[in-house]
Write a protein that binds this ligand. Sequence first.
Ligand SMILES: Cc1cc2nc3c(=O)[nH]c(=O)nc-3n(C[C@H](O)[C@H](O)[C@H](O)COP(=O)(O)OP(=O)(O)OC[C@H]3O[C@@H](n4cnc5c(N)ncnc54)[C@H](O)[C@@H]3O)c2cc1C
Length: 514
Amino acid sequence: MPVSPVNWSATRGNERTIDQAPVIVGGGVAGLLTALHLAPMPVVVVVKAPLQTEASSAWAQGGVAAAVGPDDDPALHLADTLLAGDGLCDEAVARRITAAGPAAIETLLRFGVRFDRDTAGALRLGLEAAHSRRRIVHATGDGTGREIMRGLVAAVRETPSITVLEGFEVRRLLVSDGAVSGVLAVSAAEPVLLPTSRVVLATGGVGGLFLHTTNPRGSFGQGLALAARAGAALVDMEFVQFHPTALDVGGHPLTLVSEAVRGEGATLIDETGARVMDGMPGGDLAPRDVVARAVWRRLGEGHLVFLDAREALGSSFAQRFPVIAAACEAAGIDPATQPIPVRPAAHYHMGGVAVDAQGRSTLPGLWACGEVAGTGLHGANRLASNSLLEAGVCAKFVAESVAAAPRGRDRALTPPAMPEAADPEAIRPILSRAAGVLRDHDGLAACIGTLLPLAASSDPALVALLIAVAALQRQESRGGHFRSDFPAPVDALRRRESFTLETALSAARAVADR
Ligand SMILES: Cc1cc2nc3c(=O)[nH]c(=O)nc-3n(C[C@H](O)[C@H](O)[C@H](O)COP(=O)(O)OP(=O)(O)OC[C@H]3O[C@@H](n4cnc5c(N)ncnc54)[C@H](O)[C@@H]3O)c2cc1C
């Protein structure tokens, strides 16, 4: 489709204010909070789906981790984060983000989010796996994300400096003289070109690239493709967290069955009633990646796997976990009397656009925030509920940095041809087979050979290729990345790896040519 530059702001009668305003791509917690922190500076939020839909933020169940309890301290939160990250966290970044957690909770409260409180009015704090203290701030039981998004969307709608373009998908970033100069987007009705020298990517995760995921369908790493094609570096791309218990009743995506259900005593069994985690350190509450591999292997042996909450929760299940109970009911399962069928599913991407402490990428004029950003907080494995924390805290850092950056000069932009709409469907089986819970050289090399010819014209193929290249290059197992052919961590490889599109493609060509 040929694209002509459309000065969409002219149609709003607000041309001077909006033209060259910072553009935020994505309307989850990261995008909306960045926009709110930038107020009263005029900003444009471009989001491909209506707000509150197609964003992981709205689906978050557990809550936000922050050291706000009387027995807690950011130093303890930092220690838990570093342990979960399996040697790859950026300690300075993790220290800064965990220290800013309590203030981020205050900010969310100020924007109207209503967290659960006890009868004395104090925040109720949940406990999740690998946290040494109760520090999970939550809302409406397992409906935390929905409530946070309700509050933020209401605040955004009431903020006149924020213009939201809903139903516009960003397909390319424009780069002039080595810096961001615009955004090319398209809605059902029209293509638009937004001239700007300041773009914040807040496009979420990559789960939609896998056959089984807990992420919304639209989370297939578009922001990573935008950044890579524009020349920005990506980091930690191999690290995908697979959640061990997604509700296995078919369809795409799958409903998450929170770890908190095992926290309440539910156990993993197969169809014979045998315990899946029997004899393993930590049992049913072992780290997420350990449980995911055990479930994956049991499924691979031809068994079915279930989460059995009959004895631990019984008739109280629906009251404690209303969102999960409703999903089970829709599938004809009563968790009070029946075991829940589960399987591992791609849940969270630790990697992303390589950013510094202000969220700046290696490309001038491009920032990243939230799940699409590779800040270094998570290392090789994310500590539960640290992602909403990261989005909440980093939105402020990013906004401060964007506000301090100079407005770009006006220039004539030549829009590229509009890329085709991205469709990850054909990519899912290829990536899932090679870069799922268990990976090895042969599977990854074959995957790279298949994806390489597709990557030039398909963003999902490109992002899947970048994950596979990084997974092939890391010849060890660490955190969420497990290589059957290199099953142990290797001290000498304990460093974060980043690459640009150019270097990743030349590595992929070398593999394909072998
Ligand atoms: C089921 C589930 C439960 C979770 N539970 C928790 C939890 O309890 N605690 C926790 O800390 N984390 C949890 N997470 C992870 C957490 O929700 C996410 O990491 C976080 O919400 C990401 O926020 P975000 O703003 O970066 O991205 P998202 O909320 O995913 O938002 C991305 C936005 O970008 C838009 N977008 C994408 N591409 C484009 C494009 N090309 N053009 C325009 N718009 C685009 C999308 O439409 C969307 O609005 C959970 C995730 C899932 C899936």
